[in-house]
Design a protein around this ligand. Structure first.
Ligand SMILES: *Cc1c(COP(=O)(O)O)cnc(C)c1O
Length: 425
């Protein structure tokens, strides 16, 4: 299918869009083209209501709020884990809402990384997010080993994407755990999780994924694929707000494993208040919680997950693919000649929810976009990420934004801005 990139076409797409009504559920700033839902999703009215409702239960119940009110706090993390499960193809007790990516990764590595004989290494990739790599380095050090030796990274020959062969090369019989992102945060490449899990398991390697850039954008079948563990944040496509509580998945085949980092909120709930010094773990993923949950930072997810249930992740994915296709084709036809390179893979099955454009003046271009009301994000050294959010980005928004980007490139308006990144990019 080819696009005409006319305003009429965008209007028609909006009329045909079965998800278009969800836009009214979100707070969208007039005159702004928000294409940064992959860094911080926007606030929905339901999420706002949920926060107010939990403030209300604090107001009305005090400490009794742990067991009383519309959403008793004591079991909230488990309940929201159950509601998250369909988004990642998990069983309800394989998911818990807790922590942040970095903390949950420390928990999962402490639980799964058991160097044994010559199997002492962790495999990752050289394009991974810094915090994930720092976690692996510290976990190796905590075992008294040397990260420079024990952390091996799949190398990318083009600097933006990874092939199965490149990953295969690090899957040796010295590797204990493989950690990969589901979607590479810069280029937006979606890795073949099912195939990689199979290959790693054939070599006896435990497999974990960081779903930061796929949860809420891409459907998963983690249970059926046999993935051992996964972690994610909820402030990106999940719209759970800044610093909103994240989540983790641990396959039921591992539920007998003691958490590497024990804490009282990982206890069996009946026993937790026995205050015994012997830890009795919860049965499911809840066992891998550590301390008291951040209730107010979890609250928005109550509303947000209702929206996901109403919309359906497969419908969201379908719209997202169509919108990123629109942007990718616009790029091919209108922007390529300005020295921009699209680094996101073209095939549907190889891309997540955003399009990444590479340009030597990327930081300056992002500033010129912001001056026009377009909110992208910049990833050093030279990547512009643009993420339409299927819940709230309209085709008319995309049409306007792409026209403005074309004008910025034609007029070289970005040369009015420095090419330095801001403190937060
Ligand atoms: C967003 C992101 C993070 C952030 O980690 P936090 O602990 O939630 O701050 C980590 N890893 C990846 C791949 C990300 O995209």
């Amino acid at each position: 299918m080819s696009f005409t990139f006319s305003r009429e076409e965008a209007v028609l797409f909006d009329q045909q869009d079965e998800l278009s009504a969800f836009r009214d559920q979100f707070y969208i700033k007039e005159g702004q083209y928000y294409l940064d839902g992959n860094s911080l999703g926007l606030l929905s009215k339901k999420a706002e209501q949920a926060v107010l409702s939990l403030l209300d239960s604090w107001k009305n119940y005090g400490i009794e709020g742990w067991m009383e009110g519309e959403h008793p706090w004591f079991t909230l993390s488990e309940q929201l884990g159950e509601k998250t499960a369909p988004l990642i193809g998990a069983k309800p007790d394989e998911v818990i809402v807790t922590g942040s990516i970095t903390v949950n990764l420390h928990q999962m590595l402490s639980t799964f990384y058991q160097p044994d004989g010559k199997r002492t290494k962790i495999a990752a990739d050289e394009l991974n997010f810094p915090s994930d790599i720092y976690t692996l380095q510290s976990q190796i050090k905590l075992k008294g080993l040397n990260p420079d030796i024990e952390l091996i990274k799949a190398a990318s020959d083009n600097g933006t994407t990874l092939s199965i062969e490149e990953i295969d090369r690090v899957l040796t019989d010295e590797v204990a755990v493989l950690l990969l992102p589901s979607v590479l945060y810069r280029s937006g490449q979606l890795l073949p999780m099912k195939e990689l899990t199979k290959r790693a398991h054939e070599k006896g390697i435990i497999v974990g994924f960081d779903l930061a850039h796929s949860i809420g954008a891409v459907p998963h079948e983690l249970h059926d694929w046999g993935v051992d563990f996964a972690v994610w944040c909820n402030y990106k496509y999940m719209n759970n707000g800044p610093g909103g509580t994240g989540g983790l998945f641990i396959h039921e085949k591992h539920h007998d494993r003691l958490p590497g980092l024990k804490g009282w909120f990982g206890s069996n709930k009946e026993k937790q208040f026995d205050m015994a010094h012997t830890f009795t773990k919860a049965d499911g993923a809840g066992a891998y919680q550590i301390g008291t949950p951040n209730i107010l930072s979890t609250a928005p997810l109550i509303g947000s997950l209702e929206l996901f249930e109403e919309a359906g992740i497969h419908n969201l994915r379908k719209k997202s693919l169509h919108q990123t296709q629109y942007m990718a084709d616009f790029f091919e036809q209108k922007l390529r000649s300005f020295g921009m390179k699209k680094v996101t893979p073209s095939a549907d099955e190889d891309r997540g929810g955003h399009i990444a454009l590479q340009h030597p003046y990327a930081a300056g271009i992002c500033k010129a976009m912001k001056a026009e009301g377009i909110i992208p994000d910049f990833r050093a050294p030279d990547i512009i990420r643009l993420a339409p959010a299927a819940f709230y980005t309209s085709y008319q928004d995309l049409y306007e934004a792409m026209q403005k980007i074309q004008r910025i490139m034609e007029t070289e308006a970005y040369k009015n801005y420095s090419n330095e990144r801001n403190v937060i990019a």
